[in-house]
Design a protein around this ligand. Sequence first.
Ligand SMILES: [Zn+2]
Length: 487
Amino acid sequence: MTIDRAEAVLTDPALSDEVDTVLRRTAHGLRAAAARGSVDFRRNDDDSIEVLATSGVNPLGDQRTDQRTLVAEETDDPWARLGDHATPLAMESVAQYFDSAHAPDLVVLHAPTHRFHGNTGEHGSLSTTQARTPFIAAGPGIVARGIVDEHLRTVDVAPTVTALLGCAPVDGHDSLGRRRSGIRLKVQDGDERAELIDPDQRPDHVVLFLWDGCNPQALHEMAAKGEAPRIADLIERGTSYRHGAIASLPTATLGSHMTESTGVLPGRSGVLHNTWYDREADRVVDLLDFAQMITARDHLRDDIETIHEALHRNEPGATSVATYEYGDRGADWSTYIQMSSGGAQGPLTDEERRRHRDPDFMGIPAYRNYSVYDAHSVADAKYTWSGDLGALPRFSWFTLNLTDSAGHAGGPHSEIGRAAIRDTDARMGEIIDEIDRRGVLDRTAIIMCADHGMQMTAESDAVDLSIPLHDAGVDHLMVDAQYVYLR
Ligand SMILES: [Zn+2]
């Protein structure tokens, strides 16, 4: 079969510096194959995973969640392949991905020795370093436990936030239509983290900060060294999960933001990834294209709820806001809703532009441009808390993007990556100070999270994997250098 031929081409040992592992469906379930070994598995009706066969080194064989919690463990062994580099919750993650009608026939997980997009830092694979995201919470309603050696999942974020907001438990279902009772969103795949929530202390306000692509090992190290004081303060008075919130495949921005906004997995939310081929419409959706990006919410399934929508169902008069966030459906005010309805952004003053910027990196567009976007996100956040919208927001989601762009530019443990963490810590602090000025900080719960991790890649030329596939007679469409749709 063509799919077998395509897998054989991509897992040829001659391509092992470029291709780590290839994922696909089979007649019996799912398969992850690499040059040195493979695993066949299936998901049963009760969501349990059953391994059907393995050969050689199973690329998904090490599913520890506690590997590589320190920066040194990443920098000492940067190019470990899957199997050596743990892949927490990987088989569940692969299974939900292929639930999507838009899933490709084969997914290439690039080896960290292959710089396929020209980025020094990259994500999108199942490795711990790319799937682990930070998760920290503090304030009223949060049980303060300090740093705990535990993990949660990105799909648990929305259920936990809606529980913290006091949304009433309902009878609903998961995104495959199976009944679930006592859930906070009408459609919910994730679980609320009850150990984190003190039901006797309800916050008046919940504010979530998403630092895109922030590597949690770097974040924890900088907080411990005093270089991220606002994060250190949240850890000090709250709880931080050392093993992180594990992102589901594709461990990339759009899919993960939507999962965190809805509690529904990327393969089933309607937003599989940044980009995919829509077989029915015969077109490639590209949510990194600006016009498509600011309307990404339109791809979400109609029957699922965002946090904003669940809050409004429970409290019709409550105000909820979002800045620079894709999962903003139902928000009363959102940067991207403003932009997509033709609203102009308020100008920044020169001082606002320059604040929290490191002059050493201003020559690098990824740093300079995203510093401006984040300055806008801060200005928008402060506007939503100015009182001009009426009541202060019950729920706020503020996204800051510099940690992702700087991580791509220099890698997660580079000088530019650390500068981005320092700057973002200060920008988050500026917003928290604004909340404090409104006199409600002691009634406000704060959550900090990210959408995916970030791993260093080796300097290398990009190899176009379409060429060996075409040479072997595999007629296909390659999307984003990694998603193979057979024709
Ligand atoms: Zn991202």
